[in-house]
Design a protein around this ligand. Structure first.
Ligand code: G1P
Ligand code: ZN
Length: 543
């Protein structure tokens, strides 16, 4: 085995986004592309010599090839040990857990999350810190700087490591431990939830359908729901991870998980439906005949988490990303809990969790999590929901209706305009930004603006400041529109428009969200001139 230094040159555009570096798979497969970025990660984290890392991915196309390259590069740069999920698989929350549990120096997760996979689709790489959470901006900025001046990288010339067999082997001087990707995660879930109680719920005839969307949660959900909790075989559908996610879009929302939606809206629907995304950190919750928006799910979990053993002592506080609906704030206020508002992206929750300020957090984009890991966690959310249903004996629909009656309903929707010309999208944002000062007092579609600003965040733990985190327009009566550009897209720009209104009257809490929000949608369009600026008549996706 020989260690070689390969000459290279900086590659443009290797800037980590909301969640690591995401590009088309073919771009990642291009000459030196992956290698340059990995070497830049080593530089960004102050070198990898003597360190222990975790490595795994969501199984998408190029996952195992990339894992072999990363292992050879870790060995060449002197890493002591890499713990790898069997078959180079690890869901994002499981990777976060192993990083923490084994007290390692961090880990690399290969995933583009909910983006489609395949040679023509997306691939991604991100680095998580020793606390199990995504690298903060300070670290990703160092990685970016490194990508701009890189002249060489180090790699071992060696045969592929056997990633199919559990156990320890050597790659040069470096130890490679292949672990079962599921075992340690299941053990963690057993510390948080009462598996006996969940087993009894299922034995009583409570029916579940979990759609793994041909992605990584298949093996995890099968091990927990079917094997440990005794749900009938076939409870988990699309359970075998495939490199292109069965040609689908592994994004758990009513559009991409329409199969599950139609099952759950049928007369003989199961009691509870759920889905997870490509790398297992997102979740979608559906009851019989009712879809639960992620923002509502977060609020319901915050209000009821104490019913599960892991949270019996109550919550230290809660947090949501800025565009997430303020349903959570209503629960926090009623319970006297601190409630933090952070920029979009999980990395901002890490400090709050590490500092013990919050126990539970989430985002409108189908992410919820707690202090058990430093990533959002799809299956964990499913188990917490099941624990609450088991304890209260209520259906999803009854629980949600009671929640709205008590706290009010925050009607909510996100409209995405995808693959918009990047220059036009920036112009649209700049157009709103330049008018922020003059919007208050103006009326659009009968709605008067009371406040308009650009969100920036001062981290209360490390004092860092993140600017330019989305444009917020607040209307009279509590309605709100938020505009931001996605930081995870791989083609052009994605404009996200987040719309919200509050309804306190239980008699008016059962409307279709798009109808309930129609005036705010029109006002947002009037303010931003979305049609005029982008040429788009309607959003590509409404969630
Ligand atoms: C999107 C979501 C965000 C989430 C991120 C990673 O980022 O909006 O909430 O944390 O994916 O899953 P965006 O594309 O909006 O930057
Ligand atoms: Zn994900």
């Amino acid at each position: 085995m020989e260690r070689v230094t390969v000459q290279t040159a900086p590659i443009d555009g290797q800037k980590p986004g909301t969640s690591g570096l995401r590009k088309k798979t073919r771009v990642f497969m291009g000459p030196h592309y992956l290698e340059n970025f990995i070497q830049s990660i080593w530089i960004g984290i102050g070198g990898v010599a003597g360190k222990n890392l975790v490595l795994g991915g969501d199984g998408r196309y190029f996952n195992t090839n990339a894992a072999q390259v990363i292992l050879r590069m870790a060995a060449a740069s002197g890493a002591a040990k890499v713990i790898v999920g069997q078959g180079a698989l690890l869901s994002t929350p499981a990777a976060s857990h192993v990083i923490r549990q084994r007290k390692t120096d961090g880990g690399i997760i290969m995933s583009a999350s909910h983006n489609p996979g395949g040679i023509e689709e997306d691939f991604g790489v991100k680095f998580n810190m020793p606390n199990g959470g995504p690298a903060p901006e300070e670290v990703t900025n160092r990685m970016l700087e490194a990508t701009k001046s890189l002249t060489s990288y180090d790699i071992l010339e060696a045969q592929d490591v056997d990633l199919g067999t559990i156990g320890t082997q050597m790659l040069g001087e470096m130890e490679v431990e292949v672990i079962d990707p599921v075992t340690e995660y299941v053990a963690l879930m057993e510390t948080l939830f009462d598996f006996d109680k969940l087993r009894r719920l299922i034995a009583s005839g409570f029916r579940i359908r979990f759609d793994a969307m041909h992605a990584i949660t298949g093996p995890y959900a099968t091990a927990i729901l079917e094997e440990a909790l005794g749900a009938p075989k076939g409870t988990v559908v699309n359970a075998v991870p495939s490199p292109d996610f069965g040609g689908g879009h592994p994004d758990p929302n009513p559009i991409w998980a329409h199969e599950l939606m139609s099952t759950m809206m049928a007369a003989d629907a199961p009691d509870f439906g759920a889905a997870s995304d490509g790398d297992g950190d997102r979740n979608m919750i559906v009851g019989r005949g009712i879809y639960v928006t992620p923002s509502d799910s977060l609020a319901v979990l915050a209000a009821n988490a104490h019913l599960a053993p892991g949270y019996a002592a109550g919550l230290a506080g809660v947090a949501r990303s800025m565009p997430t609906s303020r349903a959570l704030d209503r629960v926090a206020e009623a319970r006297g809990l601190a409630c933090y508002e952070t920029p979009t992206g999980w990395k901002f929750f890490g400090n709050l969790l590490d500092d013990g300020r919050i126990t539970l957090c989430g985002e409108e984009s189908a992410g919820t999590g707690s202090d058990h890991v430093r990533e959002k966690d799809g299956l964990w959310a499913v188990l917490l929901w099941l624990s609450i249903l088991a304890e209260t004996g209520k259906s999803v629909s009854d629980l949600l209706t009671a929640h709205w009656a008590e706290y009010g309903r925050n009607y909510y929707s996100r409209h995405d305009y995808e693959a918009v010309d990047a220059v036009k999208a920036e112009e649209l944002m700049a157009g709103i930004r330049s008018r922020l000062g003059s919007l208050p007092g103006q009326t659009f579609e009968g709605l008067t603006v009371v406040e308009a600003d650009e969100f920036s965040y001062d981290d209360p733990v490390d004092g860092s400041r993140s600017e330019g985190q989305g444009l917020r327009i607040a209307f009279e009566g509590g309605a709100r529109a938020v505009f931001r550009l996605s930081g995870t897209g791989t083609v052009g720009a994605t404009l996200r428009v987040y719309l919200e209104d509050v309804e306190a009257d239980p008699a008016r809490q059962h409307a279709d969200p798009q109808e309930a929000l129609a005036t705010i949608i029109a006002a947002a369009d009037a303010i931003a001139d979305i049609k005029g600026k982008t040429g788009r008549d309607a959003p590509d996706v409404r969630t």
